[in-house]
Design a protein around this ligand. Structure first.
Ligand SMILES: [Mn+2]
Length: 324
């Protein structure tokens, strides 16, 4: 009996979702099940080959829906959860009682914990801290940008390690530990702290690079990182550098993709007027109303620049309209 869990890769909420689902399944559905894990990444052309669903049970957590009868469990909170309207109809028709979608949740981990508690009577107080941190990290619920960028808490360090991890085996091991042990114990182990120390240096380097390459104009901070060897950066850095900015738009290039990222400053005192997921969906991307992205082929440099400029202009125009 194998339960195959597909989770949002390189994401603290994705890993936490996998751990909470695993624990729930073992405690409430099948105590002797075996588990396998597979991280999923958003790519320019996303399809789910049938071969992905190789378990007796197949679960997707914190990742978009798959229109396959081999998919037996699904939990997601992303605004862009359905690739097509057929996928959405397939989900709406489902009567298994094992597929759950609620974009009002700040994290998928909290969605899983909430649904499994109310529908299946699942309780595991050890996981409370993990669920709480997933909600803070995925929901950007830090008191200020400084707390979000300083990375002082062990859970934040573990999140940074997960976000940049390139060894699936290591992440699978971490998820396995989160099923059994409190978050603090997992996050403060040597293997995690050592990896974080290497990242801390790059984190400070990325703050410097973003500071030197960002332009703030009419409520939008724009920066192009395609010339740099950066695979990612802490998404709160732009608001740490420009607290007055309401939005950030950025360009990043990795070996696998060109990425346009769009974000709303979670500490802004203004009222948000744009749904960033909807804007990105128009370009084939998606995400949440407050943070979304578009992935393009690695060679689509010009197209990515054009999209980034268009989105920045759209965000600026809306903001300036109606002002005295
Ligand atoms: Mn999530």
């Amino acid at each position: 009996m194998i339960v195959h869990i597909l989770f949002h890769d390189n994401c603290f909420d994705g890993a936490s979702s996998a751990a909470v689902f695993h624990r729930f399944y073992r405690d409430k559905i099948h105590p002797r099940a075996d588990f396998s894990l597979q991280g999923m990444t958003h790519e320019a052309s996303q399809q789910f080959p049938e071969g992905l669903f190789r378990g007796d049970e197949n679960a997707i957590v914190d990742f978009k829906y798959a229109c396959s009868d081999r998919l037996t469990w699904w939990f997601d909170h992303h605004h862009s959860a359905f690739l097509t309207s057929e996928d959405e109809q397939h989900f709406r028709r489902d009567e298994s009682g094992k597929k759950f979608y609620d974009p009002s949740f700040k994290s998928c981990t909290k969605l899983i914990a909430t649904v499994t508690a109310s529908r299946f009577g699942f309780e595991c107080p050890m996981l409370d801290e993990l669920v709480g941190w997933a909600d803070i990290i995925d929901g950007a619920q830090y008191p200020d940008a400084q707390k979000a960028v300083e990375i002082a808490e062990p859970a934040q360090k573990l999140a940074a390690v997960i976000e940049t991890n390139k060894e699936p085996e290591f992440l699978h091991q971490i998820i396995g530990q989160l099923v059994e042990r409190p978050l603090q114990q997992v996050a403060t182990q040597k293997a995690v702290l050592e990896r974080y120390e290497q990242l801390a240096q790059r984190h400070h380097e990325s703050i410097r690079i973003i500071r030197e390459n960002s332009f703030y104009d009419r409520e939008v901070t724009f920066f192009d990182l395609t010339q740099y060897d950066l695979e990612g950066y802490n998404k709160f850095i732009p608001y740490y550098l420009y607290p007055e900015a309401n939005y950030s738009v950025s360009l990043l290039r990795t070996p696998k993709r060109m990425k346009v990222s769009v974000g709303w400053n979670p500490w802004s005192r203004k009222v948000r007027k744009h749904n960033l997921a909807e804007i990105c969906e128009r370009y084939g991307g998606g995400g949440h109303p407050v943070v979304a992205a578009i992935s393009l082929a690695p060679g689509a440099v010009e197209r990515a620049h054009q999209i980034a400029q268009e989105i920045a202009a759209e965000l600026r125009d809306e903001e300036t309209r109606g002002r005295p």
